[in-house]
Design a protein around this ligand. Sequence first.
Ligand SMILES: Cc1cc2nc3c(=O)[nH]c(=O)nc-3n(C[C@H](O)[C@H](O)[C@H](O)COP(=O)(O)OP(=O)(O)OC[C@H]3O[C@@H](n4cnc5c(N)ncnc54)[C@H](O)[C@@H]3O)c2cc1C
Length: 443
Amino acid sequence: MSEYVVIGGGLAGLSAAFNLARAGKTVRVLEEKPHLGGRTASWDYNGMMVESGLHRAPAFYRETLVLMAAAGIDLDEALVWGDTTEICIPNGPSAVYTLSLPRYPLRTLGNIFGRNKLCSLTERLALGMFFGMGLIQHALRPASLDCYSVYDYAKKFGVSDRAIERILVPMTEGLFFLPPTRYSAYVLFGLLAQGGKHPLRTGLAAFTGGMTKVLAEPLAEAIRQHGGTVETGCKVTGLLHENKKITGVQVGKSVIQTSNVVLATSLEPAQRLLRDTFGAVDWNKHLLSLKPMPAATFQMELNRPAWAKDRVVFAPGTCMTCFSEQSRTTFTEKSGRLSIILSEPEKRLQQSPAALLSEIISDAKRIGVDLEGRIENYRTVLWPSEFYYLTPGNEDLRPPQETPIKGLALAGDYTRQAFLTTMEGAVISGKKAAQVLMEKNSS
Ligand SMILES: Cc1cc2nc3c(=O)[nH]c(=O)nc-3n(C[C@H](O)[C@H](O)[C@H](O)COP(=O)(O)OP(=O)(O)OC[C@H]3O[C@@H](n4cnc5c(N)ncnc54)[C@H](O)[C@@H]3O)c2cc1C
């Protein structure tokens, strides 16, 4: 009998499995896809190497960096640090923002207090009130922010529509797909508050290779070195239980007996497995009512770089809400490599790749990038239902890692932890789920 089974080989599952294996437990990770990493992955997509989407790890992601180091990943080899981001207004101005208080204190403070091509002094004062009061409210009564959209909260402080479009759209749509009118103020200030706790840990890291290669596979290797097994192409189709105790998992026609399961899939498969096994009951009814949210990305290989630096660029008011050239960091074997996070993900699920390509070419022109004749290959990478909606009112529906079923813990970026739907959130949720099971077994 396998002592601990982890369902899902994304960051949450790998984090849970590593913590269990390191504590001396026998662990078996079962991942449905042929590659590891989930939404933090890279793979060959019909002849083109793609990634799950443009990813950056801010320096305040402590648990992610600790996990990587503990698994023997050389952080200097796996990550390349950048200090700047850019906001580009279509047919308008652009501004580069420096994000490193320790290395460039004046330039970083200048983002807030200095001259700025995007917003007037009055607009910056209103934004200052918005950010300041939001962070204070988050410190005092965080849950109360989940009643507001970012747009409504910004309007309380007189932030102009222009400043919302230029500064807040990049922070909501660019980072997590939704416009300020639909994005919970709790989510925005929740993440800012985590960064604000470590003002000296600034900078944004890109990965120096595909994320499966530099992150997920080395984590799996560390789990194997501690005696665990990690299997891909293995879809769990059911959870087995008796008298509110886990007894095993179903994989097609086979049964794997176990009394401990970490369910570390993304939201929608977790809901399906829990609903099929336990029905909608008191302890899972909130979780079952969390609505899954899509995300959409577009990736292209070019005959030369699309941008002067491999930095994160936000282009509010275009379909390329956030993008980065990646040929000097993650895809160094390519002459040019653009990774784009698309606005309005629901709409993108219905759009053909050719229609999307022509919209991107036209929007890229509006920010000064001529892609015509330079594209060698392209793919869309869609995530139809992996996230939960970051709209107001959902925070209370997120479940804890612990469940009332003996031997069952939940992990995943949708489970409750302070870093929301991020790599750091996934890593923390996995660590917590492992702790929950180990503590229950020792009591
Ligand atoms: C485009 C995009 C950009 C992003 N950018 C950033 C960023 O810059 N910074 C950041 O911190 N975060 C970013 N994220 C978010 C981050 O990737 C996720 O929060 C994190 O990867 C979630 O990890 P997870 O393990 O919770 O879920 P997942 O990665 O979704 O892992 C779940 C795993 O379970 C597997 N699975 C599902 N069902 C079954 C089953 N029945 N049996 C077996 N296995 C199953 C899936 O195949 C998957 O591998 C981004 C995500 C996307 C999509």
